[in-house]
Design a protein around this ligand. Structure first.
Ligand code: 5GP
Length: 183
């Protein structure tokens, strides 16, 4: 096994994630029913699993683009410095955009992203974040679709990494002793 189950506490299991993501998908489907053809913009790398499940829970024509941002080194503390590591492949002018993010923690990454994308003059921008950790907020950012509000703990799995590993855990958990939960 690629991780040690004894070292990980499960916070959100597969069934809980799936149920909530289907609810978010239904909400987005209803909100854009009059005006489909949205672009889901996924923030790499952490949101790739959420994107895959959310996109399939939305019953509308849509397209997908990716953007790479990095605010973390190899430690588990935010540096507060946001860097774009990969830009979108197409312009978004006059389009309806939904940003798909894994987690809003301090909010600094989302603030940077919203400011950056606004300058490209989309018709609308909304934010979908699987997780929200309000205890650590440093700036207020609007989140239109929130999966789960979670306590101030460093979470891993379902796209979120522990030092670049464990993104392939099918659930969201925390390391019980704070150390690497793999051999
Ligand atoms: P923020 O700028 O809101 O502080 O952080 C946003 C980014 O930091 C997220 O997209 C994510 O990549 C990373 N991050 C924040 N909190 C966590 C966490 O609990 N676990 C992991 N693995 N990454 C996190």
């Amino acid at each position: 096994m690629f991780y040690d189950p004894k070292k990980i506490e499960v916070l959100l299991d597969e069934e809980t994630l799936s149920k909530r993501i289907h609810e978010l998908g239904a909400q987005i489907t209803a909100d854009y029913a009059e005006n489909p053809d949205i672009i889901l913009i996924a923030v790499l790398k952490g949101s790739y699993v959420f994107l895959a499940d959310l996109a399939r829970a939305i019953d509308l024509p849509l397209s997908i683009d990716f953007l790479g941002l990095s605010s973390y080194g190899s430690s588990t503390k935010s540096s507060g410095v946001v860097r774009m590591t990969q830009d979108l492949s197409k312009p978004i002018k006059d389009r309806d955009i939904v940003i798909v993010e894994d987690i809003v923690d301090t909010g600094l990454t989302m603030k940077y992203l919203l400011d950056n994308l606004q300058t490209r003059q989309p018709r609308s921008i909304k934010v979908a974040s699987l997780l929200h950790k309000p205890a650590r907020a440093q700036v207020e950012v609007p989140i239109d679709y929130v999966g789960f509000v979670i306590p101030d703990r460093f979470v891993i799995g379902y796209g979120l990494d522990f030092d670049q590993r464990l993104r392939n855990l099918p659930f969201i958990g925390v390391s019980v002793d704070g150390g690497p939960p793999y051999p």
